[in-house]
Design a protein around this ligand. Sequence first.
Ligand code: SF4
Ligand code: FES
Length: 223
Amino acid sequence: MRLTLKIWRQADPHSDGRWVSYPTEDLDPNTPLIDVLEGLNQTLRQRAERPIAFEYECRRGLCGLCGFVIDGQAHGPRQHKAICQLTAADFRNGATVHMEPWRARALPLVSDLKVDKNALLRALQAASLDSLAATAKAAQPGTCIECGACVAACPNASAALFAGAGADRLDDGLRLHALLKSLDDDGFGTCSDHGHCADACPQAIDLGAIARLNRAFLKHLWA
Ligand code: SF4
Ligand code: FES
């Protein structure tokens, strides 16, 4: 099969970005999308061109590193799957596939498809929570892998679903307050009840996490 990858190229946050088309041919439908991109990068290196910046590690939807937007959807077309779990067969033969980075003020662009997700880790640290993805404890479905897809999918770039997943691990109002303050200080938006976050979450964390977050925060305020 063949795909045309239309990829957002931007060397760094200070350069102008632009869409660049890369045709691919003779793809085995079972090829992981990550390998399609790695193959493209090999070609770019052979041509002495700058390879596409993107991240991945575990290839199992557990480390949270691989996220970007495909055809307007955070983590692409398969609900509750991360980019690293997609293959060429998840796209129509002959399709043009747009790939661009998360676009949120609090998750600033580093280069091409790679963004800086440290604001999410700062919030965990503020609440004295471990990063489950970094400590390889995210093997359970429903555990936040700190990928940022919920923020990217939200029209307000809110991290409410991420915060809700964190709040589920807290029983201390002061630590919850510190988590929310850190997210606020880093410029995440407020929850606007669109619900796109839960659709984008590769760990299928549902909107109940935000409801529990709101209840826990109100309880803390009234305590
Ligand atoms: S709540 Fe889901 S989408 Fe948001 S950072 Fe965690 S795993 Fe990613
Ligand atoms: S590479 Fe680890 S979640 Fe995708």
